[in-house]
Structure formats: structure tokens, C-alpha cells
Unconditional design. Structure first.
Length: 460
């Protein structure tokens, strides 16, 4: 085991930390890493694809376990949709394995490059959270290595307390070694997608709530610069027989995202052309053009990959934000208070000259996981460009956002927010939840070997 000392970044390239990186291949390598950390007085953090917008997979001065090499699909039962994977398997690997047999992952993120271990640690949600819940609800079993050296198997009934805490637990209780998931049966490689414009935030939230029960997926785009304009995309699976070319659309060749724009320009170059527009004036013009083009309500059929993985449509799009990178601020608010709180936050950002360049809304429901971010309401994710000139002001803005969200009974999601303080975490998790988490932490990790920059920030 030969650690490499290197600098790691978050997905948004706004945070950096130097760490000793170890690449385990089997569970025994993870156990050896724990022993090394204990001997050297270091801490350990698990890392998959490094797609978190914050410091969840960073550990300055400590050890980072790069689990991307533990990426085997161990079992696939095409008759039942049961799949067993190692934690480094990406959503891309997963859907490309199961789709040709007529299955699809029940919950996916906006990018297919996330790993399953990271997805469980954050308990990701998709555009169907209101219906299907987070990914953890579709895990039937997992195995994990604990810092004590114990190797455990957890299901919703066996070691249930650990099952509901490790999923959502930010990788701080143990390291997943295998994950068993139940896929969803599909009958076409296409979705029926409805696109309709919304004129205000209030109208968008109203449509999200009223229309969610009618669809399998629903998501909103919100113009946070020219405040209020937006668009809803709602989608349904096709039933058996509704796609006359199902055998074709379900193939991987049909699903692959094109690598060229209009068949000419390589998409790998697009982020260079986007860079001049990643500012309030440029992106404001882009948003106006997007809204003008969306004024007609219409339906179309899209491939699963095109609908779900918009963040992968332009490779390395995050580089368009420049040297300072970007942060994403995502808040979850009850349906009764969401509009008023977000109206206040959007107005405050605009008043301070720091409007979000992109806003995305979703409909949510509560779940049983210990460190849950979900509730009966909505989420709004906002992207902000970070520069040397605005970093301090942006930090202050997000702290003021936190106060508004807490006052409105809201919650946060730790695959995204990079500024949340320990005081804020205590306020929305509540003392009882934190007491349970810390009790499990002491049981699973009595020597405090598992730590990340995120853990120290919100639990330290």
C-alpha cells in the first residue's frame, strides 16, 4: 500500500486540499488503510468520482480512499432486476448494464458519473423524489467495513439502525463494500416529456405540486437573474406497446449522448465558448433567450439518458466558471413556506449583485433515513460563480440564506452546500438526531478514524 500525496478538488473547483490517496481494490485493502491511519494518527475519507460540490470527499492532511477502482458489477439478475455492485460502480456503468434487459435505475442524479458509494453516502434524490424517494429506499442490502475491523451486512430489517444511518451518513460510519439494488422495469428507451413555461416562482411551485402526482418525473428550471421566468419538464414512462421501436430505443447506441453539437463541433470544446457568458449580463441574456424559446407548451419523446443526465450534455461544463469555480446552494423547504422564503432569497441575491446563474426546482417527500434532507415540499438549487472579488460576499450571502431557510423550517443537502456551519446543522437536524448519529459513530468508529473536511465543518 503506497499512498500518493496529491491535491484534490471538489467538483466545482472552488475548494482544494492535499491528502494521502490510497486506491483499495478489495475489502482487505480498506482494513489495512484503517490500520495504517490508526498507526500514523491520521483520519480517512472515502472518495468515489469526486462529484460533490462541497468538501464531502476531501480530507486535508489525511488519507483519502479512492474507491473508483472497486467498480465491479458482481451480480445481475435480468429476470428480477436485482443487481449487486461494488461502491465504485458509476451510474453510467449501472444503467448501461441493465437497460438492454429492460430495466432502469429507480433513482439517478443529474450526472451519470457519480459512484454508488457516493450516492448512498449522500442518499441522492432524482427528479422523481416525490414518488420514489431517495436511492436508499431501493437498496435491499449492503455490506460494509467498519473502522473497528468488523465487516457487517445491513438490510432494512437486519442491523436496521446502521442501514438507515450509513445511507445518508456521509461516509463517516463505515465504507461500503457491496451494494444490492432493485432496478425498475421499463418497456421503452424513451420517456414522454411535457414542457411548459411558468411566469413566476409561485406559478412554478403551484405546477410542481399539482402536476407531480400525474407524472413519473417532474423538474423546474428557474431564471434567478430575470427573477421568476421558468419552465417545467414533466415525464412519464411509456407503457408496453406504446413504443413501436422499443427494441431500437432500448439499445445503448440509441441512448448515447452525442459528442458533437449539430454533428460538427466537439462538445468537449463548448465550455471554452461558454466562459464569456458565465456572468450576470451574459447568462441573463441566455436565460431570456431560453425562456422566449419555451413559451409554447409541447410534448416530445426523449431518451432516458438525455432526460436524466443534462449535466453530462456538455463535458466539463463546470470549467466555464473560471479559475474560482462555482458553488451550488440547495435548500429544501416545506410547501407552506417555500415561495416566501425563496422570494426573499432571490431578491437579496439580486440586491447584493450576486444572482444565481441557474436555478432548479424539484418536488420532495419525507423519508426514514437518519441524516435526511427531504421533507414534504420543494428544493431549489442555485449555482453561483466564485471569484477572488466576490468570495467573501458570497459566503456572507449564503449565511444569510441559511438563516432564512432555518426560519422557514427548511433543510440542507450535503452533496451540495459548502458553507453550512455546525450551528446550522444542529438547528435543522435537531439534538435527538445528532445524539443518535454520534452514538452510532462512537460504536462504529471509537477511535475517530473516519473524518472529512465536511465532517469537521458540520460536526466538529
Amino acid at each position: 500500500m503506497n499512498p500518493t500525496f496529491t491535491t484534490l478538488e471538489n467538483f466545482g473547483h472552488s475548494l482544494r486540499a492535499q491528502s494521502f490517496v490510497i486506491q483499495p481494490r478489495v475489502a482487505e485493502d480498506i482494513l489495512a488503510a484503517f490500520q495504517l491511519a490508526k498507526k500514523e494518527g491520521l483520519t480517512i475519507t472515502a472518495r468515489g468520482a469526486g462529484r460533490s460540490y462541497n468538501d464531502a470527499a476531501m480530507n486535508g492532511g489525511g488519507i483519502v480512499l479512492d474507491l473508483s477502482g472497486m467498480n465491479g458489477i458482481l451480480e445481475w439478475e435480468s429476470a428480477t432486476g436485482r443487481v449487486v455492485c461494488e461502491p465504485g460502480v458509476t451510474l453510467q456503468q449501472l444503467w448501461q448494464r441493465v437497460l438492454p434487459d429492460g430495466w432502469w435505475p429507480p433513482v439517478v442524479s443529474g450526472t451519470m458519473t457519480t459512484t454508488l458509494g457516493g450516492c448512498l453516502g449522500a442518499n441522492i434524490h432524482g427528479k422523481n423524489n416525490f414518488r420514489m424517494g431517495p436511492i436508499g429506499e431501493h437498496v435491499t442490502e449492503f455490506t460494509a467495513v467498519l473502522p473497528t475491523g468488523a465487516q457487517v451486512t445491513c438490510t432494512p430489517k437486519k442491523n436496521a439502525d446502521l442501514f438507515y444511518a450509513m445511507i445518508s451518513g456521509l461516509g463517516m460510519l463505515g465504507i461500503f463494500t457491496s451494494i444490492t439494488l432493485q432496478m425498475k422495469r421499463i418497456h421503452s428507451g424513451l420517456l414522454e416529456v411535457l414542457a411548459l413555461p411558468t411566469r413566476t416562482l409561485a406559478e412554478q411551485l403551484q405546477v410542481l405540486e399539482a402536476d407531480a402526482p400525474k407524472y413519473d418525473y417532474i423538474v423546474g428550471w428557474l431564471d434567478c437573474i430575470n427573477v421568476g421566468h421558468g419552465q417545467i419538464h414533466a415525464a412519464n414512462y411509456l407503457h408496453e406497446g406504446e413504443d413501436p421501436e422499443a427494441q431500437k430505443t432500448i439499445t445503448l447506441a440509441y441512448q448515447n449522448l452525442p459528442d458533437r453539437l449539430f454533428g460538427v463541433m466537439p462538445k468537449s470544446l463548448l465550455h471554452y465558448f461558454m466562459t464569456p457568458f458565465t456572468n450576470t449580463l451574459g447568462w441573463g441574456a441566455v436565460n431570456l433567450a431560453k425562456y422566449a424559446a419555451s413559451l409554447r407548451t409541447h410534448t416530445s419523446r426523449q431518451s432516458h439518458a438525455a432526460f436524466h443526465f443534462l449535466l453530462d450534455y456538455v463535458p466539463n461544463w463546470e470549467l466555464a466558471y473560471g479559475r474560482g469555480g462555482l458553488i451550488q446552494y440547495q435548500s429544501f423547504l416545506p410547501k407552506e413556506t417555500a415561495r416566501q422564503a425563496w422570494d426573499e432569497m432571490l431578491a437579496l441575491a439580486k440586491q447584493r449583485g450576486l444572482p444565481s446563474l441557474l436555478g432548479v426546482t424539484k418536488r420532495h417527500r419525507p423519508d426514514r433515513f437518519l441524516l435526511t434532507h427531504a421533507l414534504d415540499g420543494f428544493s431549489l438549487a442555485m449555482d453561483f460563480k466564485v471569484t477572488d472579488g466576490n468570495r467573501a460576499r458570497l459566503y456572507q450571502l449564503t449565511q444569510d440564506f441559511d438563516r432564512i431557510v432555518l426560519a422557514a423550517g427548511g433543510r440542507f443537502y450535503f452533496a451540495k452546500n459548502s458553507e453550512t456551519t455546525a450551528e446550522t446543522a444542529r438547528a435543522f437536524y435537531g439534538e435527538e438526531t445528532l445524539k443518535k448519529y454520534k452514538k452510532l459513530k462512537k460504536r462504529c468508529d471509537p477511535n475517530g478514524l473516519l473524518e472529512s473536511d465536511l465532517y469537521r465543518r458540520i460536526f466538529g
